[in-house]
Design a protein. Structure first.
Length: 251
């Protein structure tokens, strides 16, 4: 089985971290291909950044060729719906995956994410997925995403402190880490706090394997139907559905 794991931002060191977390979680025999687009923001922190990464996600899917499943490794599940329109194989978002798995092991969970500007998007997704009632609170640790890549930063300390508050104040029974860049922290933080701490990358990889192994595909009836043939204008003309994109899926 081959799974394409897409980090939608352009920070290669984060892609490497995500790829390693995905490989650890994957079953024997599953090949993980971790990529990031060459164009776009170095981190995704709020709605504005999200607007610039979806074309890169679709481009990476097109360049990769046939895959058994895809994982979108941004906790906001950025571009997830568009990616499902573009692919027949399952496409799993790390936020949605972590939320669902958290509900299987805990009555209530809290999310610990990076900056406060990311909280509304996560809360919106919880409502969209019908899981808002299972989430005690979405908490910001006041950690910029790129600080997770800086040796010697106090990012881990801030995240750990927020987890402690979630357990005490929210009565959270599990913690979902709200950023793909936190993937390498989950196991140690779980040991430290004595509750399950979920990394969305690992959750998404395992769910992608399961859905693919069951022979299930993305439904093409309704909202995830393949894009209609039409001519796009200007910068996005090469992306016209049914048009003549380059062989690598890029203009």
């Amino acid at each position: 089985m081959r799974i394409l794991v897409i980090n939608p931002n352009t920070t290669a060191s984060m892609t490497d971290k995500i790829g390693k977390a995905a490989e650890v979680a994957a079953s024997s025999g599953t090949q993980i291909v971790a990529v990031n687009p060459k164009d776009g923001p170095p981190s995704i922190e709020g709605y504005f950044d999200e607007a610039f990464v979806v074309p890169g996600i679709i481009a990476e899917m097109a360049k990769a060729g046939a895959m058994d499943a895809y994982v979108i490794a941004c906790f906001d599940d950025t571009g997830l719906d568009a990616a499902r329109c573009a692919a027949d194989a399952p496409v799993i978002g790390i936020g949605e995956a972590a939320f669902h798995i958290a509900t299987l092991i805990a009555g209530k969970f809290s999310v610990v994410t990076t900056l406060a500007r990311s909280v509304p998007a996560i809360e919106h997704n919880l409502s969209k997925y019908g899981l808002a009632s299972r989430c005690a609170k979405v908490r910001a640790s006041d950690v910029p995403v790129l600080d997770l890549e800086l040796p010697g930063s106090d990012a881990r300390r801030k995240i750990s402190a927020e987890i402690a508050r979630a357990i005490t104040e929210d009565k959270a029974e599990a913690i979902v880490l709200g950023c793909a860049g936190m993937a390498d922290l989950a196991h140690a933080l779980s040991q430290e706090h004595g509750v399950p701490v979920l990394d969305g990358v690992a959750c998404a990889v395992r769910l992608a394997e399961t859905v693919s192994a069951l022979g299930l595909r993305t439904s093409k009836v309704g909202g995830y139907a393949a894009p209609l043939a039409k001519r796009f204008a200007g910068l996005y003309a090469p992306w016209s559905p049914g048009g003549d994109k380059g062989a690598d899926g890029t203009p």
